[in-house]
Design a protein around this ligand. Structure first.
Ligand code: HEM
Length: 211
């Protein structure tokens, strides 16, 4: 080997396979969050069925836990996963500056423009490193729904200990409706989110492998 060849640094694998789009902490917290959310939704539907707020129940085969007590065990177990993992994700999102860089600024005119482009099938998916305005709005929306669902859940779970929180939501019964509305928003987000991930498989690959 020549002296120059020996002195040359080995080719970084990153340069050969493209830059990292999603750092590891984001991918790990994202998938833990996805698992926790699915468990929370499935068990939440079973809990709802024991005392429905509206004139319908969820079919048992898409609910988790078999009966009320089983569903409560799933719900409270996944709750800690969602709470702790969500706190890690939000903290790192703020501290690393990712939220500022990726989710802001967001202008209504850009949202409208990108929404119309998406509906016409003309939205570019070339640059996975930056989100379009509709994505930004959806991600900010689901993050807000996540905060609301956790806080309203706490106020239903411990209405005596978290009296002020329960009162903030308008009382125990209203907090149940708020909790249900946040679940509906998250399920609506997930439906669009998963369809888009399937339509643009390279975005799914990036969320798994980072690039
Ligand atoms: C279970 C199936 C899920 C799949 C297949 C999925 C897929 C993906 C993919 C591919 C991306 C990257 C999008 C891009 O780069 O264009 C992403 C980002 C994101 N997903 Fe999901 N996701 C799932 C569940 C969830 C859930 C349950 C939530 C929240 C409740 C969520 C919230 C987010 C957020 C906030 C981002 C942006 C992350 C950031 O850049 O900070 N996802 N997801």
């Amino acid at each position: 080997m020549t002296i120059e060849a020996a002195a040359r640094p080995p080719l970084a694998p990153t340069s050969a396979r493209g830059p990292i789009i999603h750092p590891r902490w984001l991918r790990v917290t994202h998938w833990i969050n996805a698992l926790a959310t699915l468990i929370m939704i499935g068990s939440g539907w079973q809990i709802y069925d024991a005392s429905p707020l509206f004139g319908f129940t969820f079919p048992p085969r898409i609910a988790l836990g078999n009966w009320l007590a089983g569903a409560l065990l799933w719900h409270f177990a996944a709750m800690w996963l969602l709470l702790i993992n969500g706190a890690v994700y939000l903290t790192l999102g703020v501290v690393t500056g990712r939220f500022r860089r990726k989710l802001f600024p967001i202008h209504p005119s850009e949202v409208l423009h990108d929404l119309l482009a998406a509906l016409r099938g003309r939205l570019s998916h070339e640059d996975l490193a930056s989100y379009n305005a509709v994505q930004k709005l959806l991600y900010l929306g689901v993050l807000s729904a996540g905060v609301v669902i956790v806080l309203s859940g706490l106020s239903i779970w411990k209405p005596v200990q978290f009296q002020a929180l329960t009162a903030f939501f308008g009382g125990y019964n209203t907090a149940r409706y708020v909790h249900f509305a946040a679940m509906t928003a998250i399920v609506a987000f997930l439906t669009v989110h998963v369809v888009l991930a399937v339509i643009v498989p390279k975005s799914l690959r990036a969320m798994i492998f980072g690039r």
